[in-house]
Ligand binder design. Structure first.
Ligand SMILES: *Cc1c(COP(=O)(O)O)cnc(C)c1O
Length: 424
């Protein structure tokens, strides 16, 4: 078995953060999301070391567990938030409001009000939104700092569902309209132009689209400067990919080596030296976490199906993005692989396949299946579909364990439901 980074094997058992995952399953039951704190910190620091002068705004949507946000706040991260809920969590975690950027292509008036009241900067996605925001800022007698989200028309080679910078994408203002949009903002009341923003997609394994985006953004910034619009920050978003299978993934250092020289050279002659902002989500969180699930049943049918107790209610990436996640049999972690298995969840949908045709050690009922690299877009995309309460989340740290989210109960499925009195 090949583990990576912070995963170890002892006495055939998978160890995470110094803790035996088999013991955790006995203590807490399954399924379980288990996150290694040290790995979050190490990933963040690796990113920060590659970009010492940049601001790192962690993309909260990838995992907005409060403890995770606290850890990143301690490390000095800011946050990219995409909803009022994420903003709420980021503020609760103590991320300073001047290090938060509120993104989104369709924000409600209530969300804009919340951002204005909390003095959070906003990445504006349309002129329509700019006008609404101006009215709200006026109402609160506030000067609100903004950037515009640019649609840079760049095609990263990634899954179509996570390419966000194509010209036909719903995000951002078309590249060609950016200058006129900024000019309008210049004369819009209660609006202070501070930056420019783009985000080209996710799970990008090639640094060249980032270089292309950086160049395009710098050209815009230079052009804006000619109209007397001087920006304080250039945010080129997130999207750095990781190796889920055996892809070669660039490191933050590889990314920095390619974009920093262009950024420094391109901004040198400007009156104000804008700060670089980056918004990694997946890179920081994905490999910090495993989903531990138990085999309910093994069936030798058309395929060798292993039915486990986690399904796409807890991890939707395989069903939604055809994502590959490595699998380790956590209680047989150093046993030789001998058969091909397909790991399926308990959901009443044929798409509920977590891993297809994997060569693994012999699997029997009650064996523990660890699904790796689920710290980003894992729990944060979970649901209660099929009447399945969400599982607990644990944090492990140098041999210690904490519950960072309790498992939901059956009653939690009903918690906000109201029976009209005639049904009582
Ligand atoms: C999702 C998102 C990110 C993070 O993307 P990753 O691929 O997780 O790094 C950053 N910025 C914006 C605006 C996003 O929507």
């Amino acid at each position: 078995m090949s583990t990576r980074g912070h995963l170890e094997v002892k006495n055939s058992h998978l160890i995470l953060g110094g803790v035996d995952t088999v013991t955790l399953s006995e203590q807490f039951g399954t399924p379980l999301y288990i996150t290694n704190e040290a790995r979050i910190r190490a990933n963040y620091r690796r990113f920060k070391e590659a970009f010492p002068d940049a601001e790192i705004y962690y993309a909260a949507k990838s995992n907005y567990n409060l403890t995770v946000l606290k850890i990143l706040a301690e490390e000095g991260a800011g946050a990219d938030v995409f909803s009022g809920g994420e903003l709420h969590c980021a503020l609760k975690a103590g991320i300073p409001s001047d290090k938060i950027l509120f993104n989104g292509n369709s924000k409600t008036d209530a969300e804009l009000e919340m951002a204005v009241k909390n003095n959070v900067r906003i990445s504006v996605d349309s002129l329509d939104e700019l006008r609404t925001l101006s009215e709200i800022a006026h109402k609160y007698d506030n000067l609100v700092g903004i950037s515009f989200r640019v649609n840079p028309d760049i095609s990263p080679r990634t899954h179509p569902k996570i390419a966000t910078g194509l010209k036909e994408s719903k995000f951002g203002i078309p590249f060609k309209e950016i200058i006129v949009t900024y000019k309008e903002a210049q004369s819009t009341e209660n609006i202070k132009i501070e930056g420019i923003h783009c985000h080209i997609g996710s799970q990008i394994l090639d640094v060249s689209p980032f270089l292309e985006a950086t160049k395009k953004m710098i050209n815009l910034v230079k052009e804006l400067a000619r109209f007397g619009i001087h920006l304080e920050f250039i945010d080129i978003g997130g999207g750095l990919g990781i190796s889920y299978e055996n892809e070669v993934a660039p490191s933050p250092k590889d990314l920095a080596d390619v974009i920093l020289p262009v950024f420094v050279e391109g901004t040198k002659a400007l009156e104000i030296h804008p700060k670089l902002v980056l918004e990694p989500g997946r890179y920081i969180m994905a490999d910090t976490t495993i989903l531990l699930t138990k085999a309910n049943t093994v069936k030798h049918a058309y395929r060798n199906f292993v039915g486990v107790d986690a399904g796409f209610n807890l991890l939707i990436r395989p069903a939604m993005y055809d994502a590959h996640h490595r699998i380790v049999v956590a209680n047989k972690a150093d046993e030789k692989s001998s058969s091909v298995y397909t790991i399926v969840g308990p959901i009443c949908e044929s798409g509920d396949v977590l891993a297809r045709d994997r060569f693994l050690p012999k699997i029997e009922k009650d064996d523990l299946i660890a699904i790796l690299d689920v710290g980003a877009y894992g729990f944060s995309m979970s649901s209660q579909y099929n009447g399945r309460p969400r599982c607990a989340e644990l944090l492990v740290h140098h041999g210690k364990v904490d519950i960072i989210r309790k498992e939901e109960s059956y009653d939690d499925l009903l918690v906000n439901q109201v029976l009209p009195s005639r049904f009582r």
